[in-house]
Ligand binder design. Structure first.
Ligand SMILES: [Zn+2]
Length: 566
């Protein structure tokens, strides 16, 4: 047998950005063996006539750190052509961790990434201590390839314990954190992530640990990346304003490493900010340093109730309400004076995140039959029907329904003209799936299929070749993943094979596949025919194969250490 797998007659769009071409692709031992008009025999042949054969997509922004421990595919990633994922973003990782750190790490994941606590308690078998051991725990257990950043929150927790959420670090503590980052990079991490989002707190209301870090602490940790010449620096703040761009610029210059920041979005609350951000970061690139803004291809639609809403966290009284026991909270919402206070607070603060456009907040589910008339309406429409002010209407309807009413809103990504321009910028890295996070609020698994269907086919914002490049080789290059992201001989045989005329993401669906029967949202697609990892088909027309060919992707410091040991 010449090949293990032969992909016949497809149009190869190889990830480089060059024009696609008709060719067969032969795979042997998990690698691309040959490309061209191939005649050899194969254990399996796939007819790809009419389909595009692209490198598998690399989803660089996930929070699958926990989910991959019980779901080896990070479902629904393979349904969208994703063959590799990066986890450990936004400062959050499950390693390094001593036994005493575990619950504090869980506290951050539960609140920041909105993963149900019970799923983490039941689903995470803490078999590791170091970052390297955590990666080892995934080896041979995954259906997709996985790499990870080491999270500043875990590193700080490890060195400082509970004081990590209370104070700045001493020079000695910073030195110990540097050592942990060094060990993580040499253990395979693809970089470092940190979190300065002033809205990101633990389940107990305390700030996540990395928010207490000084600039000097973070710079010191980035110095380790510079020293090892390895890894990216990934950051998150609440809203990237112009002063943050100077900070990204500093991180990029000081470390010489690619910096990733969140995010470049169209925002109803600040409609011109995206242009100012892209203009503001251009000098960094012109000087030869890299600080890519992350951009989403889909509006960040969030589903929430007044049981669990985080959309109002920027307003202190609203946030306080959300931490009250539900009974007390309902009583508060029924009190006209409290509602007046909530209204005055929201209307009195400058617009930051929530847009206060009640016409853009939809009612997607009602609990009581008599309220069916409101389903599909906006809060503004519902308020008009009830003859109430929108905030009163939102809170009173929720109370009537025992806080079960489900609303949906998107603060970002609402203007397609602007999103199209953002996705075209060379300073932008598309794709913030956040897979594994906010599992009951929304899904963006389909960032890749939406990119190809909505933005490339329907709105024609760029050629297919360029979009594939952004989903594959661009990501691999930035993250130092050396053998993926291109269809070239010698590269890993990861493919997304799809119909460019039909590919698209479908609507989110509920499922109950998390540990302890927890509910969450998944997303399927159309037109994605085969997802292939290391030469083996893991997903065919939306059906998972059960095969686990995924590998752990370890960074260059690991490879350097391994080479030196030989
Ligand atoms: Zn994130």
């Amino acid at each position: 047998m010449d090949y293990d797998l032969l992909i016949k007659g497809g149009r190869v769009v190889d990830g480089s950005g060059l024009p696609g071409y008709q060719a067969d692709v032969g795979v042997k031992d998990g690698r691309i063996a040959e490309i061209g008009r191939l005649q050899g025999t194969a254990a399996r042949t796939i007819d790809a006539a009419g389909l595009v054969v692209a490198p598998g997509f690399i989803d660089h922004h996930t929070h699958l750190d926990a989910q991959l421990l019980w779901d080896p595919y990070g479902t629904s990633e393979p349904m969208h052509g994703v063959t590799s994922v990066v986890m450990g973003n936004c400062g959050l990782t499950l390693a390094p961790a001593k036994a005493a750190d575990r619950d504090n790490i869980v506290k951050s994941f539960v609140r920041v990434e909105a993963i149900p606590r019970i799923a983490l308690e039941v689903g995470v078998p803490w078999r590791w201590h170091t970052y390297e051991e955590y990666l080892d725990a995934l080896d041979g257990q995954v259906g997709i390839n996985v790499g990870g950043l080491v999270g500043h929150i875990a590193v700080r927790q490890y060195v400082m314990g509970e004081e990590s959420v209370e104070r700045t670090a001493t020079p000695d503590e910073v030195a110990r954190m540097q050592q942990l980052v060094r060990e993580a990079l040499e253990g395979g991490a693809l970089g470092l992530s940190t979190n300065r989002n002033e809205r990101h707190m633990r389940e107990d209301g305390k700030p996540v640990a990395s928010r207490l870090a000084s600039d000097d602490e973070l710079y010191a940790l980035c110095d380790v990346l510079a020293e090892l010449n390895c890894g990216v620096v990934e950051t998150v703040v609440g809203l990237t304003k112009l002063e943050h761009l100077a900070w990204y610029d500093q991180l990029a210059r000081r470390s010489g490493r690619p910096v990733l920041w969140q995010s470049v979005q169209h925002r109803w609350a600040a409609p011109n900010l995206w242009r100012e951000q892209l203009d503001g970061i251009a000098p960094t690139f012109r000087d030869g340093y890299r600080a890519f803004g992350l951009a989403s291809t889909v509006p960040l639609l969030r589903r929430w109730t007044m049981k669990n809403a985080q959309v109002f966290d920027e307003f202190p009284t609203w946030k306080t309400m959300m931490f009250l026991p539900e009974l007390v909270r309902k009583q508060a919402f029924q009190d006209p004076e409290t509602r007046e206070k909530l209204r005055a607070e929201m209307n009195g603060m400058p617009k930051a995140s929530f847009h206060r456009r009640w016409d853009l907040v939809q009612i997607v589910h009602v609990a009581r039959p008599e309220n069916e008339i409101y389903r599909g309406k906006s809060v503004a429409e519902m308020a008009a029907m009830r003859g109430q002010d929108p905030i009163d209407a939102l809170l009173l309807l929720s109370v009537e329904e025992d806080l079960e009413t489900i609303f949906a809103s998107a603060n970002t990504g609402g203007d397609p003209e602007v999103v199209g321009q953002i996705l075209q910028s060379p300073y932008v890295l598309p794709g913030v799936s956040d897979a594994g996070a906010h599992v009951q609020f929304g899904v963006e698994f389909g960032y890749s299929t939406t990119f190809l269907g909505l933005w490339v086919r329907e709105r024609e914002i760029m050629p297919l070749e360029q979009a594939i490049h952004k989903l594959t080789f661009q990501v691999a290059s930035i993250f130092g993943i050396e053998d993926r992201g291109l269809v070239r001989p010698g590269y890993a045989a990861d493919f997304a094979i799809f119909d460019p005329n039909t590919v698209r993401a479908l609507d989110a669906e509920w499922t109950q596949d998390y540990p302890a029967d927890t509910r969450r949202l998944i997303q399927r697609s159309e037109g994605m025919h085969y997802t292939i990892v290391n030469g083996r088909v893991i997903c065919e027309d939306g059906r998972l194969s059960g095969d686990l060919p995924g590998q752990v992707m370890r960074g260059s410091a690991y490879r350097a250490r391994a080479a030196a040991a030989v």
